[in-house]
Design a protein around this ligand. Structure first.
Ligand code: DGL
Length: 266
């Protein structure tokens, strides 16, 4: 078996990275995947940058031990806290990270006002500060930390009155400020898109970076000569969690229709 036949590794604190996983599987149908949900440590957003760095390194090590050829850090919090560190620690492994899509939002805004929602720790990282300074100098950027939303998605509470109330509380100040672009800066949030759309109405653009990340994965694979060769065999997908396997299996089925292998990581 050559390295190009090895799986892609994808990691997140929980099920949020599945919003990236589904896009990768759609765009790259010949690739096998390993998905690691670090549900033993969720939410990352409630931890310090140093702690998140440690969790991400452990998750990265797990995926490499299981033969991943490239790792997608499908978590804004972990990318902000740990992407540089992961690249230094595992120098031969290609990593693709996430960052809130401030650049396209700043390019497309007509009102000149852009909103970003993310977990608190994402706004603390250097990555976000750099991003804001580089791409949002000419627009007004409103950042809104959203504690509680990751937990709502993990619980499958996508359209409950409690989740709607939380979303309304976080989004109303952004709408009052006149945003016409809303950046989803956490991979859990695309699963709340319908509920968010109900609140923001049809005129505010909702930006999910998953399609751009999947395109970036395809580019890196190609540059490194690591793309899987198209064959007739069925693709293999395997999900792992540092939490409860039965729970992840139920979540993955409900969120992205996944019915394959789910194993407790040991
Ligand atoms: N999906 C993760 C992100 O994109 C959630 C982080 C967390 O667990 O707080 O940031």
């Amino acid at each position: 078996m050559t390295l190009s036949d090895s799986p892609l590794g994808i990691l997140d604190s929980g099920v949020g990275g599945l919003s990236v996983w589904r896009e990768i599987v759609r765009q790259l149908p010949h690739e096998d995947t390993l998905y690691f949900a670090d549900q033993g440590h969720i939410p990352y957003g409630a931890h310090t940058l140093e702690e998140v760095r440690g969790f991400a390194a452990q998750a990265g090590r797990f995926l490499l031990d299981h033969n991943a050829k490239l790792i997608v850090v499908a978590c804004n919090a972990a990318s902000g806290a740990a992407l540089h560190y992961l690249r230094e620690t595992f120098p031969t492994t290609p990593f693709v990270g996430m960052e809130p899509a401030v650049k396209p939002a700043a390019e497309h805004t007509h009102t000149g006002v852009v909103g970003v929602i993310a977990t608190p720790v994402t706004f603390h990282g250097d990555l976000f500060q750099t991003l804001a300074a580089r791409f949002a100098a000419d627009v007004t950027l409103h950042t809104q930390p959203c504690p509680g939303l990751v937990e709502a998605v993990e619980a499958g509470a996508l359209d409950t009155p409690e989740t709607e109330a939380l979303l309304r509380r976080y989004l109303t100040p952004l709408l009052d400020a006149g945003i016409d672009q809303l950046v989803l800066g956490c991979t859990h949030y695309p699963f709340l898109s319908d509920a968010i759309r109900q609140i923001i109405g049809p005129d505010v653009a909702l930006i999910d970076p998953a399609p751009a990340v999947a395109r970036q994965v395809a580019r890196v694979l190609q540059q490194r000569g690591l793309s899987a060769s198209p064959t007739d065999r069925l693709r293999r997908h395997h999900f792992y969690t540092s939490g409860d396997a039965a729970q992840l299996a139920a979540q993955a089925r409900a969120l992205v229709g996944y019915t394959g292998l789910v194993t407790k990581a040991s």
